[in-house]
Write a protein that binds this ligand. Structure first.
Ligand code: ATP
Length: 214
């Protein structure tokens, strides 16, 4: 079991680079190549791989195909991972329309909203069910993960409902800190806060040589 979230994120970065290298016809990669591509030190790359029992060859290179197979096993990419979306507003809608999850064996199978008529209104690729259908759906379809794109004022109640239904991981787009039991994993994505933080850092960098009057 991998516990540190950062290790997981690094593995995903390695996977992206390895896929590109494989597409270009490379068979072997060295820790310094992969490190350079992913912004990680070669020592860290070797440490991460040895942690998962991945060994390099005598010259220190790694077989790209074997690396990808091992990473796929770590992320259980042999099984389709089913995910639900709760809240079909602008963000939920955009996520439902996004097709990029499929290549990584993730499928959004259904969505839930207080207003299930959104299905017809927005011509969505998956059904929109009312919330009372959620507990049964989660159990029947063995869903562990949910994307929550509801307004801030209802986020905690919706999270409680999801956890009660058996959800173990929530990607939360509401700008609020959810109170959840320790065994529940939360990823908070607050686009507004990220943008504010980026603007703050951009302002700290000065005006990039532009004169005051320009
Ligand atoms: P977004 O914030 O995604 O841009 P929006 O501004 O269109 O969306 P919001 O008011 O943020 O709309 O609501 C997001 C969605 O959450 C809407 O589709 C709304 O019907 C739904 N929603 C609101 N309350 C609940 C709830 N308690 N449970 C499930 N869905 C809800």
């Amino acid at each position: 079991m991998i516990s540190a979230n950062r290790n997981i994120r690094r593995l995903l970065r390695y996977r992206n680079s390895l896929c590109k290298m494989q597409e270009l016809g490379f068979e072997t990669v060295y820790s310094y190549n992969l490190g350079r591509e992913t912004g990680v030190s070669p020592e860290q790359v070797r440490k991460d791989f040895s942690q998962f029992g991945i060994k390099g060859n005598k010259k220190g290179g790694y077989n790209i195909n074997e690396l990808l197979i091992t990473i796929r096993e770590i992320f259980r990419k042999d099984e389709l991972q089913k995910v639900i979306v709760v809240g079909v507003g602008n963000i939920g809608n955009a996520i439902l329309q996004y097709k990029g999850f499929q290549k990584n064996m993730i499928e959004i199978v259904a969505s839930f909203d207080i207003d299930p008529t959104k299905y017809k209104k927005k011509k969505l690729p998956v059904p929109v069910y009312s919330l009372d259908k959620l507990p049964k759906f989660v159990v029947e379809h063995k869903i562990n993960t949910a994307i929550m794109t509801v307004p801030e004022r209802v986020a905690q109640d919706v999270a409680d409902l999801l956890i009660e239904a058996g959800i173990k991981g929530i990607m939360n787009f509401a700008p609020t800190v959810l109170k959840v039991p320790p065994h529940i994993h939360i990823v908070n994505i607050c686009i507004g806060h990220e943008l504010e933080s980026l603007i703050y850092h951009s302002l700290q960098m000065g005006n990039n040589g532009r004169g005051k009057g320009s």
